[in-house]
Design a protein. Structure first.
Length: 189
């Protein structure tokens, strides 16, 4: 039994996250990056839970403070349950163990899952949809107009007379708002 626990735990510890963390201050987010990051973080969480399942806690209560459980709760950023508290990896839900402001991968996973749940209804979510931070949307509207029109002299008439805030507001009619960790992003509807 100990060798199973050790192997599962070592697999968990050796897993290297290949994706970068996703921050709610980025001007642009790509749905494919979000999906990949969720998969990586979920894989880490699943590895921790599998190592705990392998420990066979019901038959082996001494394992209650075992390395796999300690590792999971360290990853979650919360204290290990007391010896008399039961921990059922099959009944585990991330939202019960993660609180905002912890600044760890578990909190990131929960925020990304919430974002994906809200945005996955967009047609191209799985294939690559750009999310634009609301604070950057006016600049985005100007860049989009520049890409669509011949604006070689963007600082001359008539382009320097355009109310870009109003243009961006009009452009939002083609977008949906989604929330990510307290920040608003716009995604093509």
């Amino acid at each position: 039994m100990d060798s199973i626990i050790a192997s599962a735990f070592q697999l968990t510890r050796k897993h290297t996250i290949m994706t970068r963390s996703i921050d709610n201050t980025d001007n642009f987010l790509d749905s494919r990056d979000i999906i990949a990051r969720i998969e990586d973080l979920q894989s880490d969480l699943d590895s921790y839970l599998e190592a705990i399942r392998d420990a066979d806690l019901e038959d082996n209560p001494a394992e209650a403070r075992s390395e796999p459980i300690a590792a999971l709760f360290e990853w979650l950023g919360v204290s290990v349950p007391a010896e008399d508290e039961e921990f059922d990896p099959d009944a585990f839900t991330l939202s019960e163990h993660v609180t905002a402001g912890m600044g760890n991968e578990a909190e990131e996973l929960l925020a990304l899952q919430n974002l994906a749940d809200e945005a996955e209804g967009c047609a191209d979510w799985q294939y690559g949809e750009t999310l634009i931070h609301e604070d950057y949307f006016t600049d985005y509207a100007r860049e989009l107009a520049s890409d669509c029109c011949d604006m070689k002299n963007a600082n001359t008439w008539p382009f320097n007379c355009i109310d870009w805030d109003h243009a961006a507001k009009e452009l939002t009619h083609d977008y949906c708002e989604v929330e990510f960790a307290g920040e608003t992003y716009l995604i093509r509807a």
